[in-house]
Design a protein around this ligand. Sequence first.
Ligand code: UDP
Length: 240
Amino acid sequence: MPKLKFKRVLLKLTGESVSGEGGFGIDQKIVRDIALEIKEIQEMGIETAVVIGGGNIFRGSIAANDGMDRVTADYMGMLATVINGLALQNALEREGVHTRMLTSIDMRQVAEPYVRRRAIRHMEKGRVVIFAGGTGSPYFTTDTTASLRAIEINANVILKATKVDGVYSSDPKKDKNAVKFTDLTYMEVLQKDLKVMDTTAITLSMDNKIPIIVFSMKEKGNIKRVLSGEKIGTIVKGNK
Ligand code: UDP
């Protein structure tokens, strides 16, 4: 077996990545496809943690714009990530993958509370760990959760799965002159205001020197490709 480039990875899935057409709800077939990809990397011996978003169900900032109290709206968003987490956990277990879901908001009947040492222990035992509930605090995002948890568990890399095959100078769907970047520094992302992750997530990753690989989940097998060292997507790190 070739030497693994990464031993422990944190995969960030947006809520949209488990949704069907229109970006809403949960499409079980898509969740199963994702579960199969996670199974593949788990079988390669890579320790895997997943942070899942909730934007397919509820986004706090949008509800707040419509007049809702922001903190309440954000808690609803965080609960939405737990719904997605359960869907992913179920799909993984159906494929025979051992999992544990840990939530940053206590709901002991549903999942374990987040305890860093426990998360690490689960991964060492070969279980896929799902982090749900975001950071547990309003005004944050699950991208920031991904950076925070990745640092806490000493992951080697953050894999940011999107619907686009990397980071572009502008939206490739709207601008035919958009150029794809293969390598970026955190500073470039911040200065050019590129849509990789929100600024809190980028700053946290920069301060703690954890690389981010942005890639598309649309093509099957891409997680494995990225982890096998294939140059797909965009890598964001301290220097080029
Ligand atoms: N959220 C929050 N704190 C967190 C993480 C998430 O308040 O630490 C809320 C926020 O309202 C957000 C929603 O949960 O809109 C769903 O998360 P996110 O938008 O990051 O999901 P994604 O875009 O990845 O689907």
